[in-house]
Design a protein around this ligand. Structure first.
Ligand code: UDP
Length: 457
């Protein structure tokens, strides 16, 4: 930021931002990264967080924390049904949020609230912010491709041009290539009424928002960003990604990251290791895990595999097939949770097998690592399709988990010419990200415009 703008902030009173993330890993991380970035620009930050998945405030000494009740503490395993959890959160948090914001407005430790930044999925905040007359900006944590696709789909469905509910999953949708029916964002186990209510809530909550922030960059999604910008005009769109690069180390890891794998990575040859992680909420049946294990073992490639406790249906402890450990001891590491951004940036990592959550996809791209894709929920299918068929930096496993297909795909990615070409393409995207973040680049400038908007309030 130019010096004069910093001076302006100092001369004005320090703007006070209140942020409200959705308490799931893929939502909390970009929100805290954004908050950290805005703090570095001179703003004071209050985080209103649910008790569910609450971060430890001592890890964020620059922020003031307030905690609110959330309706998620009844023992249900919400990580397996995040869509229903979003609905419950909106239902339960509105009044606690209202009380908390009112208190901050009357006697908060950081003076008047300049603006709130909420996750776009926290649609219950619209009513509260409007009533209390606090400006509100949204953070969307999906890709621009996802949002643009949802818009196109809505128009096609409204005009009766498309019906996806009864089509064969592999059917291409000619109006939105290269997507197939199965690539359309999918709400998992949540019931259709809940999904409908969430969709309406989000749509309505966009009405009075002052702006929309996205964790992506123009050098990756220029067409989709242009489309979304046109759709929400005159509301400004700020694409400020990749946030984790602007604001390293500011994530809130819900599980403890095991750094011991970094020393192991140091001992491996450059670009030989495949890193495997399916995010914070994916879970598998026993048979899948057996197929993954033998696929990895038979590929003969070094691997670092994140196996979260509780990620195998019906088992608290992870049990791997007999003979697997013996066969892979020399070249495999398993951890419960990894420092993923550091792992992907490590020179020995040459491939990434992912579930294609948006943060993970962005991290793979911005570290220049080609991917194997095994999506299972919400926007992951669409992200995987973009990775394999638009950016052409990965291979999607289309038939679930089958050891021979896995073995073959790992080889294609790690040793064949096809993988080398993908690595070249993803390295070019990584360069684009760096250019967008540099002074004068689109993300840099977008961030400046966001700061200007907040300062004008
Ligand atoms: N992550 C991590 N350690 C792991 C696996 C994932 O720190 O072992 C982080 C990862 O860097 C990313 C986030 O968890 O920022 C996952 O977000 P994403 O949107 O990709 O997926 P979700 O977990 O929400 O499905």
């Amino acid at each position: 930021m130019e010096e004069s703008k910093e001076l302006q902030i100092q001369e004005k009173k320090v703007p006070h931002l209140v942020i409200l993330p959705i308490p799931f890993q893929g939502h909390v991380n970009p929100m805290l990264q954004l908050a950290n970035l805005l703090h570095s620009k001179g703003f004071s930050i209050t985080v209103i967080h649910t008790n569910f998945h609450s971060p430890n405030p001592s890890n964020f000494p620059n922020f003031h924390f307030e905690f609110i009740a959330d309706g998620l503490s009844d023992g249900k395993i919400w990580t397996e049904d995040p869509i229903s959890a979003v609905y419950v959160l909106n239902d339960s948090c509105q009044e606690p949020f209202r009380d908390c914001l009112s208190r901050l407005l009357s006697d908060g430790p950081h003076g008047p609230v300049t603006c709130i930044i909420t996750d776009v999925a926290f649609y219950c905040t619209e009513d509260v912010a409007d009533q209390l007359k606090v400006p509100r900006i949204l953070l969307g944590t999906s890709s621009a491709s996802c949002v643009a696709t949802m818009l196109s789909l809505k128009v096609l469905q409204q005009n009766g041009l498309i019906s996806i509910s009864d089509g064969e999953p592999n059917t291409l949708i000619p109006e939105i290539p290269p997507l197939r029916i199965k690539d359309i964002p999918d709400m998992g186990t949540a019931d259709p009424e809940t999904c409908e209510r969430i969709g309406v809530g989000i749509h309505n909550a966009m009405r009075s928002a002052l702006g929309y922030i996205m964790n992506t960059f123009d050098g990756l999604e220029s067409t989709e960003l242009a489309k979304f910008r046109q759709e929400i005009h005159p509301m400004p769109l700020f694409e400020v990604g990749p946030l984790y690069k602007f604001s390293p180390g500011s994530s809130n890891s819900i599980l403890t990251q095991d750094y011991s794998c970094m020393a192991w990575l140091d001992k491996q040859a450059p670009q030989t290791v495949i890193y495997i992680s399916f995010g914070s909420s994916g879970s598998f049946n026993e048979k899948d895990v057996v197929e993954i294990a033998w696929g990895l073992a038979n590929s003969d490639q070094p691997f670092l595999w994140v196996l979260r406790p509780g990620s195998i249906h019906g088992h608290d402890l992870v049990k791997l097939p007999e003979g697997f450990e013996e066969k892979t001891r020399e070249r495999g590491q398993i951890v419960k949770w990894a420092p993923q951004q550091e792992v992907l940036a490590h020179p020995s990592v040459g491939g990434y097998w992912t579930h294609n959550g948006w943060n993970s996809t962005l991290e793979g791209i911005c570290e220049g690592v080609p991917m194997l894709c095994s999506p299972y929920l919400w926007d992951q299918n669409l992200n995987a399709r973009y990775v394999s068929h638009v950016w052409k930096v990965g291979i999607q496993l289309e038939n679930g988990f089958d050891r021979s297909e896995i073995e073959w795909a790992i080889r294609r990615l790690m040793v064949e010419i096809e993988g080398k070409e993908m690595r070249e393409r993803v390295s070019a995207l990584k360069e684009n990200a760096m250019r967008c973040m540099a002074k004068g680049g689109s993300s840099y400038e977008s961030l400046e415009s966001l700061v200007d908007l907040i300062m004008s309030l």
